[in-house]
Design a protein around this ligand. Structure first.
Ligand SMILES: [Fe+2]
Ligand SMILES: [Fe+2]
Length: 290
């Protein structure tokens, strides 16, 4: 599919995250009906692009679509780079947005990782902060925004009305598939999220990129950081097993660093670089495969 405005309604990928921040203005928020209503009436042209973004996401993220993307991208045969050139590659994503108002991707990653470091968390969690959005490189391989960012959700079972803009799931062909449109769909009760396919995007992609290198709680942070319907709304607890429930404490711990660490002051990369070079060398291989 060719990138186009119809297919990529957001001015930049950050519009999605800015919108999540309005939905969850503090670390404890769960979207109440009233809050959601007020939030949706938010009169702002940016809201329309986000709405259009979710219309596309909820329409086209089907079970078959996810299988097709997994088969393609989890081969990791697109590119191979050391991590620092990979950040330069990822930073090409700011090109179409206003450089005065948006920090580039590396700055968001560093603000996240630095906030984690300041709070004294383990170094692998700092590394998770640094790499958690590396999967957004999918956009640079020609993938549309709705297949890279946005809230993620399980495919192959009924869509929860706790997912943002649930009405757009009426446009999703899986809605009419008897195999997929029940509470458990193709899954068994409490089967564990490792057996559940999520909508395709940068979370699942970076999880597979990093799965041999980072401790398991960190892998949960990478894989489920956009799964707001669970880590905020607890809408899919019927699919979690005890291990997932334990690990989601880590996902919840990570989320505020991602969502609330943004500030207009760019981190001083020159000062920080030696620390991060050591950190990356401790955990990651010389090159990353995309
Ligand atoms: Fe992300
Ligand atoms: Fe992020």
């Amino acid at each position: 599919m060719k990138p186009s405005i119809e297919n990529n309604p957001l001015k930049s990928l950050d519009e999605w995250e800015d919108d999540v921040l309005k939905r969850y203005p503090d670390p404890e928020t769960i979207a109440s009906d009233k809050a959601t209503e007020e939030y949706r009436n938010y009169d702002n042209p940016q809201r329309d692009t986000v709405r259009e973004f979710y219309r596309l996401n909820h329409t086209y993220q089907t079970y078959d679509f996810v299988m097709e993307k997994r088969a393609n991208f989890l081969k990791f045969d697109k590119k191979e780079m050391p991590i620092w050139p990979a950040f330069d590659f990822l930073n090409q994503l700011v090109d179409d947005s206003d450089p005065d108002t948006d920090l580039d991707q590396l700055q968001h990653l560093l603000q996240t990782s630095e906030a984690i470091r300041r709070d004294g968390h383990p170094d692998w969690m700092v590394l998770v902060g640094l790499v958690h959005d590396m999967g957004k490189t999918l956009c640079l391989f020609g993938e549309p925004q709705w297949a890279v960012v946005g809230d993620t959700f399980p495919v192959g079972c009924a869509h929860s009305d706790k997912i943002v803009y649930p009405e757009f799931f009426n446009l999703n062909p899986d809605r009419n598939n008897k195999q997929y449109n029940t509470k458990y769909g193709v899954y068994a009760p409490n089967c564990g999220l490792r057996n559940v396919h999520m909508s395709w995007g940068h979370d699942e992609y970076v999880y597979h990129m990093m799965k041999d290198y980072i401790p398991e709680p960190g892998l949960y942070m990478l894989r489920y950081h956009s799964f707001y319907a669970q880590h905020r709304e607890h809408a899919y607890s019927q699919l979690l097993d005890d291990h997932d429930t334990e690990m989601f404490k880590w996902v919840k711990l990570f989320n505020p660093y991602d969502l609330y660490s943004k500030n207009p002051h760019p981190p001083d990369w020159k000062v920080l670089r030696p620390y991060y070079e050591d950190l990356v060398a401790k955990y990651l291989p010389a090159t990353l495969k995309f």
